[in-house]
Design a binder for this molecule. Structure first.
Ligand code: ZN
Length: 387
């Protein structure tokens, strides 16, 4: 394991242009110009707009001779209306690039805003089903520069956004291959201020992406290799990032791991996400926290179908016990160390409509990636265990 990774400025072009290293935000104005743009719209959420990462972003843009506009109304679980308001702001400002800064919600909303600014169809027409994405007008798409301030969703390296349907109260995956940001700035200094509970919950989201991608039955050896290494980075660095938020090395490694989790998840997700999506949409609960709570129950349910994989994983991670038991032990110990509740009731969701959540989970596109086929009864069983 190389040391001092955080201080090593690196440029990668996989799966898009990544500018990695402490302090890379400094060159943001140059990156805007690299895209041939001059009028940035900075998109973030209300909770972040008065904090260091957004101030720094606006600062470096101004110092670079640009006049950024700010749209900071993104909600924790962004909705279609929320995106439409952002598109409106973008049109009013005549912006030619979106600078997305924040956690998964801000990045997802910003990517959807940039994409929808040149579409004439409603956003729901681009739900990630079949070849819906072929309907898009790609003649004048607005580029996105994505700057993650959490290490979790990896949305900065993803080609989709999760947007909550305003009327149907379900989470819809909006997909287009060109929703992938043009440039990603992975600057660990922007994540040091993230409070420990959010560091833990978002880190568990990254873990769930890598774990579900690794477990998915589809054939994608490249994604599988990336998922495995993401799991190893998370095992090594997540506790350190939570216990000492100013540990720049841990922050850097977690940014890399969360990006890798998102790259890997094109192999498929599974029951953790199929249940976290409806629970998040119905109860406005934190996505990463839901995943963390559901994880061991889903693992236990899937274990017989992925015994070989869990055996490999336990050896790769050098766990105390081999196989499924070792992996589940590791997850349970990690959760405890990160002070994550053990059950849905423990996170305040003791009163959920099991039948409704299971029915929504069965229809969620992530259900198809689970190693054990999921029907309503199976999801109800997992939910009952998780309560
Ligand atoms: Zn997730």
């Amino acid at each position: 394991m190389s040391l001092h990774t955080a201080a090593t400025a690196s440029n990668w072009s996989f799966p898009t242009a990544v500018r990695f290293g402490a302090g890379r935000i400094e060159a943001l104005a140059a990156f805007v110009r690299e895209l041939g743009a001059a009028r940035p719209l900075v998109v973030t959420d209300a909770g972040l707009k008065d904090l260091f990462p957004v101030h720094r972003t606006l600062d470096v843009l101004r110092k670079g001779g640009l006049q950024p506009r700010l749209y900071s109304e993104v909600k924790p679980n962004p909705t279609g209306r929320n995106v439409a308001d952002g598109v409106e702001a973008m049109k009013t400002g005549g912006n030619d690039v979106v600078v997305a800064i924040g956690g998964g919600s801000a990045l997802d909303a910003a990517k959807a805003i940039a994409f929808m600014a040149s579409q004439s169809r409603p956003i729901w027409d681009f739900e990630d089903i079949g070849d819906n994405f072929m309907r898009a007008d790609t003649s004048r798409l607005t580029p996105v520069i994505a700057i993650p301030t959490t290490a979790g969703t990896g949305s900065e390296l993803g080609r989709s956004s999760v947007i909550t349907h305003d009327d149907e109260h379900r989470k819809v995956i909006i997909f287009h291959p060109r929703m992938m940001p043009a440039i990603v700035i992975m600057d660990p200094e922007l994540t040091v201020g993230l409070p420990a509970p959010i560091t833990a919950a978002t880190g568990m989201d990254a873990l769930s992406h890598a774990l579900e991608a690794f477990s998915a039955p589809s054939f994608h050896p490249m994604a599988e290799g990336i998922a495995l290494n993401a799991l190893r980075l998370i095992k090594t660095w997540l506790p350190a990032a939570v216990e000492d938020g100013s540990n720049l090395e841990a922050r850097a490694q977690m940014l890399i791991a969360s990006g890798m989790g998102c790259v890997a998840l094109q192999k498929g997700l599974g029951a953790i996400h199929a249940l976290a999506h409806p629970l998040g949409a119905l109860h406005d609960a934190h996505h990463g926290l839901l995943n963390a709570v559901l994880m061991p129950y889903v693992l236990r349910f899937n274990a017989p179908a992925i015994a070989d994989k869990l055996d490999l994983l336990s050896r790769f991670l050098d766990l105390e016990r081999p196989g499924a038991d070792g992996v589940i032990d590791w997850i349970l110990t990690l959760r405890e160390r990160l002070s994550i509740p053990q059950t849905l009731s423990g996170m305040g969701l003791g009163d959920i409509d099991i039948a409704r959540v299971a029915a929504m989970g069965e229809r969620d596109p992530c259900a198809g990636g689970n190693p054990v086929p999921l029907d309503r009864a199976a999801l109800e069983t997992i939910l009952r265990a998780a309560l």
